[in-house]
Design a protein around this ligand. Structure first.
Ligand SMILES: C[S@@+](CC[C@H](N)C(=O)[O-])C[C@H]1O[C@@H](n2cnc3c(N)ncnc32)[C@H](O)[C@@H]1O
Length: 322
């Protein structure tokens, strides 16, 4: 999909007057190897595009910017860079919810499995006096509509800012290639795979509170800053923002399938890797092992997420800067 989007939609002719460096950024890159594979795929697709336009002699040099939070393990990232890579690598620390690059300096921006992270928890869900107060839960999928709406509003704000910042940084004709977990339109939010898992995590925390292992008030002041969008919601937000054309939009199946208790062990590892940082910051590290043991035992008992919820919940989106 990524290859096809670049082959058919990237306007390399528009770039020829700019300095002969093709700049790619992977925002929310983590430590690899996925980011290396994605960058290699983009490089090869762009290379083929130059060849197809008989511009092989003008093939630019490639610069890849790896972006993630400053506390990302950039040392691991840089020490495991593929030795045979054909690009110059640089790290860019900071949040993709803010400006990261100089004006009109990028040709392609890639983000995979990252844009579901909100810039912050919506304030109302932690405000005792708000109808959106999310008491006794850490997530919105099985909470009231007020809570869900507060999350959706935060996502809309974050996405608009993200698109504005990237629109400043990407040259006209440049592209953004996004891979995002989504819930299919028409399904209730509680039926998303992520929703099921995070709800079970919240319920494990509540069990610990009932046994006196955690202070319940601490749970009332914690919510996960993560949101699962839908394909239509993303399309609306991109169109409303106005800086990018939607060139490709396609639902596919997720790479991580959850089929039974054996897979739930792997799933627990993934969830732990994703949210351990925010949980530790709020609850301290002492509860983490116990929490994930309980989470695994609880989640593994379920018939698990029905396959219809797992199908088609990965969105590939190719956007072009107008
Ligand atoms: C699930 S990992 C995905 C890593 C990689 N892109 C992949 O597809 O395997 C999500 C990454 O996004 C990063 N991330 C989340 N919010 C971010 C933000 N606001 N700015 C930069 N990186 C962020 C996390 O630190 C994490 O490394």
């Amino acid at each position: 999909m990524l290859d096809e989007a670049i082959a058919q939609k990237l306007d390399i002719e528009k770039f020829s007057s700019t300095p002969n460096t093709f700049c790619i950024a992977d925002v929310g890159c983590s430590v690899g190897p996925n980011t290396f594979i994605a960058m290699q795929n983009i490089l090869e697709a762009v290379g083929r595009k130059y060849e197809s336009k008989a511009l092989a002699s003008e093939l630019p040099e490639f610069q890849v910017f790896f972006n993630d939070h400053a506390m990302n393990d950039f040392n691991t990232l840089f020490t495991t860079l593929p030795p045979e890579k054909h690009y110059f690598a640089a790290g860019v620390p900071g949040s993709f919810h803010g400006r990261l690059f100089p004006k009109s300096s990028l040709h392609v921006v890639h983000a995979s499995y990252a844009l579901h992270w909100l810039s912050k928890v919506p304030e109302e869900v932690q405000d005792k006096d708000s109808p959106a107060w999310n008491k006794g839960r850490i997530y919105y999928t099985r909470a009231s509509d007020e809570v869900a709406n507060a999350y959706a509003a935060q996502f809309a704000k974050d996405m608009d800012n993200f698109l504005n910042f990237r629109a400043t940084e990407i040259v006209v004709g440049g592209m953004m290639l996004l891979v995002m977990t989504v819930i299919q339109d028409g399904f209730h939010r509680s039926q998303s795979a992520g929703g099921f898992l995070y709800d079970e995590l919240g319920s494990s925390l509540m069990d610990m509170a009932h046994e006196g292992l955690i202070n319940e008030a601490l749970i009332d002041t914690f919510n996960l800053p993560v949101y699962t969008t839908t394909m239509n919601e993303m399309a609306r937000l991109v169109e409303r923002n106005g800086y990018f054309n939607i060139e490709r939009m396609k639902l596919t199946d997720p790479i991580l399938n959850v089929e039974g208790p054996a897979d739930m062990q792997m799933c627990t590892m993934h969830i732990r890797a994703a949210v351990e940082g925010v949980l530790t910051k709020h609850f301290g590290s002492e509860i983490i092992d116990e929490l994930f043991t309980r989470f695994y035992q609880k989640a593994a008992k379920y018939p698990l997420i029905e396959s219809k919820y797992k199908k088609g919940n990965l969105l590939f989106l190719a956007l072009k800067r107008k």
